[in-house]
Write a protein that binds this ligand. Structure first.
Ligand SMILES: C[S@@+](CC[C@H](N)C(=O)[O-])C[C@H]1O[C@@H](n2cnc3c(N)ncnc32)[C@H](O)[C@@H]1O
Length: 254
């Protein structure tokens, strides 16, 4: 069996630049403000400084801008980070947008983005909590069958339990409500390599983990109508540690 050393090496090491930038942010934050909240500060600095590049990549290579523009009614964005997706929202279609973001250190950048968007500002509420915090959701009226849209872009890899997070998302949507997502998922042939990378990848990247089976978690969360579903084909890049999955799912009316 061919070992494909070159292809493997290229796939296993292609994210080294992001890790290098993460390490630089970590040391910059450590020397400026010490250990307090260090990993959250590191992620906030990294993500905010690269958000322009991430937004461009998404626009060039993914359905993300098109999906985000489909958000309507009462919308919850999971993990908005520094608000990269907000300019893509169609304010006229939205009743209200809630962004639930646990990283306190990134909230100022998120607020700045909200303030810069006059159509979004009056209809936006930031919830500084994690998606697991049902009391925080309830305090904003986000309860079972209360949402028209959930926007979930690159978040399921960071939540502590993707299976339960996906089930919660399904539960919170109204029947007919839509779940819009673009995530990376597991490459089952590469779980050992993912596990090794996670030792440094997760702390530098806000808890993001490679190798989480996000696709199964979402698809098994409850009954969906599949409007659109796509994934990177394994045969094209068999050693890819971050294969993408994306979709527009609608909660089935029961
Ligand atoms: C990779 S960033 C993506 C940010 C944004 N969705 C985007 O598309 O640019 C992941 C975000 O999810 C947030 N996050 C991590 N765990 C979370 C949780 N349990 N609940 C909600 N958000 C979470 C992180 O703080 C981070 O801002």
């Amino acid at each position: 069996m061919a070992l494909d050393i070159k292809a493997r090496f290229a796939s296993y090491t292609e994210r080294w630049m992001l890790l290098w930038i993460g390490a630089k942010c970590l040391f910059a934050e450590l020397f400026s403000d010490g250990f307090s909240n260090l990993l959250d500060r590191t992620f906030a600095k990294l993500y905010t400084s690269l958000s322009h590049d991430f937004a461009k990549c998404e626009a060039d290579l993914s359905p993300v801008p098109r999906y985000v523009a489909l958000a309507d009614g009462i919308t919850l964005e999971l993990g908005p980070g520094c608000g990269t997706q907000l300019p893509r929202m169609n304010a006229k279609a939205l009743t209200h947008v809630y962004g639930i973001e646990p990283n306190t250190e990134i909230i100022p950048a998120l607020q700045e983005k909200v303030e810069s968007l006059p159509e979004i500002r009056p209809i936006y509420t930031t919830i500084n909590a994690s998606f697991e915090d049902e009391a925080a959701l309830k305090a904003h009226g986000i309860v079972e069958a209360s949402l028209d849209t959930i926007v979930c872009m690159q978040v399921m890899c960071s939540v502590p339990d993707a299976v339960n997070a996906a089930k919660r998302a399904h539960r919170l949507l109204k029947p007919g409500g839509q779940f819009l997502f673009w995530e990376h998922t597991a490459n089952f042939c590469q779980l050992n390599v993912s596990g090794l990378w996670n030792i440094i990848w997760s702390p530098l990247l806000g808890g993001c983990a490679m190798g989480v089976d996000v696709e199964t978690a979402i698809m098994n969360a409850g009954p969906w109508d599949i409007v659109e579903l796509g994934r990177d084909e394994g045969s094209e890049r068999p050693y890819n540690l971050l294969p993408r999955v994306w979709g527009r799912l609608v909660k089935v009316e029961q």
